[in-house]
Design a protein around this ligand. Structure first.
Ligand code: DGJ
Length: 730
């Protein structure tokens, strides 16, 4: 990695392992984008790429004649209201009411390492393993500064980018819009890939050609949401899993965001990603600073698998901090789908006893252990054990630990029930417009996490319990999105800050708990995978992928999640059949094939198992121990196109030394043999010259496995059929 700066020509370039990202200051002072893609020689003069001839109806800054209109130049941080009519990346309102914003170049500096972003999750690296270029731009219309930071990392193709706004003027200004990421291209020959879905249907990858106009998705929910994810890929139209140019962008943030891709009238593309400006406005008093969330960008000339591999590696090395990230996670059994709210200490202990006998390593007690909660209508906020239900809780946990099991507990810290002691005491802590109608979801309200006293209360209550009881894991749930976003604690002029301050409050609570309990394993959750993002992964190394635990439905969910996120971060369990979400029954093998590809665990009443089921589960536990190092640390390849949305799909993990491989191929629906194509599993990522041996004794060269593959027609001939192949090289 390297950063190249030419002070005389005001040319700047970032070099990663396989890419160059270049910028140059244009004639009127704006920082312009020169190129991003495969490596170039930065000694060449590229200034012609920052000049544009006259384009009718496109105004130019004073002194530029009819050329170099900001409306056609590729920008790094497009200003607002000064001739660039595309979607823009920053807008600051001044005391005089004007929002015209024109950031022009002022200075730059380069340094080793990268600073943390105050109050926000962001990538980190040793000073010797990363370098940062910081370019300062000054708004011509106010004097407010934008410090654009780009960091590059050893052995990585990811670039981290963020923007800091500094108000060193004497007037208060308002940030109305600040995008973390902007990338302009002079063509639009791309397909857009992005995760979309809904509750129990998260992160299904859509792929579609860009078209003129704006393609936009995002969230105004105060949270990432189930519907989209804060990331997208722009792929050459011919790009596939293993070839072609692809660009990825991912926001390290868990709140409302927007992703906007605009194809302009000159067939150029502008891509933006950042906090959603809808309902966002941040007051910046003289001397104050504001940090945008960080965006990660990545380029690969070798297709989507290579992009995903870069993203997985980066998230593992530079985003997830937990001491658990490289560790094998305890196989857990969660009581939710086994009991829902209907449990007591005897039932929980019986599950634990059975779990211990099967080799399961942790019991997680889900919703319903606190306050008076026997259904989802009460008690959120009262994080005190329901002793009527659970008796002496500390003693129960000790007995569970004595079985050799760890103990984990469910919380939904950000929520409050109207029927709760907390609400009786602090109705003003609810996020709502006082005295006006408010919205309920799952009959619950939301705590105003922008208030310090709310975060303090939650920290003290949860930490108090963690000190008293031996809790080694928490499942941090969040079962509704934000509405009536208003804080009684902030003045009128700062209501546009509430949604972002809420997210900062959530981050702060995570941070404080992890500082107090550094080894605590947190599993993120939001009604399943409604808040699966790189921001949460900074605190929680794993996130429950989806409330849809049907293994067949999990194929596109988990493969879609793998576009950006590593398998070790995907919470995946074997659950009961008929499945509670879909009513479908599939084999235990099929359920394990999916769950073994994530963190692995069980979510069903194991006390009801037959002897045959016990045997199957013991085998699965052994398979977890055999394969999990590979799943966690190996390189992941999707072996089929379409992110699991087609009838058959396959994927594999390959160890770094390419000695070990685990492949899974699945078929969703059988067809009559007159209709059924022959199925061949073609591997990727192997060493062509090595000979790999399957567990049935057959051996093939890596070249054969990758270029011809092996036939799996018979194994994949039934509904929900699968084959799991483990190979070792000599
Ligand atoms: C939603 C989660 O995704 C489930 O796994 C479970 O924890 C419930 N909430 C409990 O209310």
């Amino acid at each position: 990695m390297a950063i190249i700066c030419n002070e005389a020509t005001k040319f700047f370039a970032l070099e990663t392992m396989n890419s160059t990202y270049a910028m140059q200051v244009g004639n009127s002072g704006e920082l312009l984008h020169v190129c991003y893609g495969g490596k170039i020689d930065c000694t060449d003069d590229l200034s012609a790429l920052t000049q544009r001839p006259d384009r009718a109806f496109s105004p130019s800054p004073a002194g530029q004649g009819r050329s170099n209109s900001l409306n056609v130049l590729p920008a790094e941080l497009a200003g607002f209201g000064s001739g660039d009519f595309r979607m823009t990346a920053c807008r600051v309102k001044k005391a005089n009411g004007s929002s015209v914003t024109a950031p022009v170049y002022k200075s730059f500096r380069v340094y080793d390492g990268k600073p943390a972003l105050p109050g926000l999750p962001a990538s980190f690296a040793a000073e010797t393993a990363c370098r940062t270029l910081e370019i300062t731009l000054e708004d011509l219309f106010s004097g407010v500064e934008f410090l654009l930071s780009f960091s590059v990392f050893d052995n990585s193709d990811v670039i981290a980018r963020s923007v800091k706004v500094v108000n060193n003027t004497s007037e208060t200004v308002e940030i109305e819009n600040l995008m973390s990421f902007q990338l302009d291209f002079d063509h639009a020959d791309f397909d857009l890939l992005y995760p979309q879905g809904n509750w129990a249907y998260e992160r299904h990858i859509e792929r579609m050609p860009l078209h003129p106009g704006i393609q936009s998705f995002g969230s105004v929910r105060g949270s990432t949401g189930h519907q989209y994810n804060p990331g997208f890929v722009l792929a050459a139209k011919t790009a596939s899993e293993n070839s072609g140019e692809v660009y990825g962008a991912l926001l390290v943030y868990s709140g409302s965001y927007t992703a906007d891709i605009q194809v302009d009238a000159f067939s150029g593309t502008r891509a933006l990603l950042g906090i959603n400006p809808e309902n966002f406005c941040w007051q910046l008093t003289p001397g104050a600073e504001f940090h945008s969330p960080e965006a990660l960008l990545c380029y690969s000339a070798e297709g989507l698998n290579a992009l995903s591999a870069q993203s997985h590696k980066f998230i593992m090395e530079h985003i997830i901090r937990s001491p658990w990230k490289h560790a094998k996670r305890p196989i857990l059994v969660n009581n939710w789908e086994a009991t829902y709210f209907d449990f007591d200490d005897n039932k929980i202990y019986a599950i634990a006893e059975k779990a211990a006998s099967l080799g399961i390593e942790m019991l997680v007690l889900d919703d319903g252990w606190f306050g008076e909660r026997n259904d989802d209508n009460s008690s959120l906020g009262d994080w005190f054990v329901n002793t009527d239900k659970l008796g002496d809780f500390a003693a129960l946990v000790k007995r569970i630990n004595a079985l050799g099991l760890k103990f984990g507990l469910w919380f939904e810290p950000e929520m409050i029930s109207e029927k709760s002691k907390l609400y009786e005491k602090h109705p003003e802590w609810v996020l709502c417009v006082p005295g006006k109608r408010r919205s309920y979801a799952r009959n619950q309200l939301i705590l105003d996490m922008s208030r310090k006293e709310v975060v303090d209360y939650l920290f003290e209550t949860i930490a108090g319990l963690l000190k008293e009881i031996h809790i080694e894991y928490i499942k941090w749930d969040m079962n509704r999105n934000l509405t009536e976003i208003f804080s009684a604690a902030l003045p009128a002029g700062q209501q546009g800050e509430v949604a972002h301050r809420y997210v900062m409050g959530v981050y702060e609570l995570h941070e404080r708990l992890l500082q107090a309990f550094p080894d605590l394993l947190i599993e993120g959750c939001s009604g399943g995978g409604g808040r699966f993002d790189a921001g949460m992964l900074y605190y929680a190394p794993q996130i429950w992928c989806s409330d849809d635990s049907d293994a067949l439905e999990r194929i596109p969910i988990q493969l879609g999640t793998s576009l950006f996120y590593p398998c070790s971060s995907m919470g995946a369990h074997v659950s009961v059949c008929p499945n509670h979400q879909t009513g479908r029954s599939v084999s235990y093998d099929f359920r394990a094939a999916l769950a073994l590809g994530g963190t692995f665990g069980y979510e069903l009443d194991i006390t009801k198992f037959t002897a045959e089921e016990d045997r199957i589960i013991r085998e699965q536990v052994a398979a977890y121990h055999k394969y999990n190092d590979l799943v966690r640390e190996g390189r992941f390849f999707r072996l089929s196109e379409g992110f699991g949305r087609t009838n058959c799909a396959a994927w594999c993990w390959v160890s770094d030394d390419r000695q070990e491989v685990l492949a899974v191929a699945v078929c969703k629906q059988a067809r009559p043999c007159s209709q059924e194509p022959f199925k061949r599993l073609r591997f990727a990522g192997l060493d062509a010259g090595k000979v790999y041996t399957l567990e049935d004794g057959r051996s093939f060269h890596g070249s054969t496995l990758m270029n011809t593959g092996i036939d799996v027609t018979v194994a994949l001939s039934k509904d929900a059929s699968c084959v799991m192949l483990y190979l070792k090289a000599k």
